[in-house]
Design a protein around this ligand. Sequence first.
Ligand code: PLP
Length: 421
Amino acid sequence: MRDETKCLHSGYTPKNTEPRVVPIVQSTTYVYDSTREVAAVFDDPTKSLIYSRFANPTVMAVEEKIADLEGGLAAMCTTSGQAASLLSILNLCRTGDSFISTPQIYGGTINLFAFTLKKYGIECIFVDQNADEETIHKAFKPNTKLVFGETLANPALTVFDIEKFAKIAHDHNVPLIIDNTFATPVLCKPFEFGADIVVHSTTKYMDGHAVQGGGVIVDSGNFDWKKGDFPELTEPDESYHGIIYTETYGKAAYILKARMQLMRDFGCYPAAHSAFLLNLGLETLAVRMPRYCENALKVAKFLQASDKIESVKYPGLETDPDYELAQKYLPKGCSGVISFVVKGGREVAEKFMDSLKLASNEVHVADIRTCVLHPASETHRQLTEEQLVAAGINPGLVRFSVGLENVEDILEDVENALAAL
Ligand SMILES: *Cc1c(COP(=O)(O)O)cnc(C)c1O
């Protein structure tokens, strides 16, 4: 099946007289005829359903759909994108371990990596994604367990060279984890370029309608954990009657360990109703993504031509420094998100935002409706002007998330707001 078809049909195939639409299984638990059967399910929880902290049939249908779209082996949904990123790391790293990430990632992920994980003794080594290969190789330590990057960074809109980093990671026998939120599998499938694990905030384009938050981890099933140093996967898990994940589950070791151990202990599994809504969003994902890209490219070109705009960052523009990487990894388009700097700094940027009538001012991105955010006075408002510059956030920077309205209406809104400056 192609993406449009997978979006509609993967994960759920009703049998004779069963509901056409994936049902919401609103039950926390499942009944068994005997204690012996329940005991058997505890021995191997992949055989059947136990409890809603581990799995739910509605959520599982969505997991299968997303795994199929990414071309992966299996997936596990979480209650947020943050939970997906966290578990993807904790599934491999213990206190005393390290991992490598580029700093060109989502701000919330930077907080998690640089501050919170550090408090638990897991070190994130930040390496600029444009660094030369030798510098990247040198950043590895004997305790480095993985490499992390974001296909299309939020809000920097830089493009990550997945193939280059996959090769480097594999030279060190560690996997590459990719946050593929902005691209979605419709615009880029990181496994095709050698990535091993993919995470998403499904809150963004996958849901698409701003109705519920969520995340997902997808396992390609391709990484050979026995080749590297991954005691979490290759040594007995005391908390699960000594199971060795690589021996019992083979290619599915990573994703099943994440469910059986981390989900069991941290408990961030989504509700059936949330999965049902996410599924509705996914059904149209492959149809929506090309239109976001088309609209955004027109808006980016319009902004670039305006003398009130200092600079525009959108890798679909031929003048963009990441244009070539985008041609390789995002040939179908670069999503609906654009960032640009208004001439005149913070106050002029605020005036521009307040003059918009169609685009709404909100803390969200990748929605069906056009929305806009001013990092300097909103998400990054605690920083001084100097700190903003150090963090690469120009006080005049606007993050503009182009929606699916008629593009002429979006352009008129932008034009009127620029005229008000
Ligand atoms: C929003 C976002 C996250 C965090 O996801 P939540 O669902 O808000 O927890 C992670 N990565 C990227 C790229 C995001 O845009």
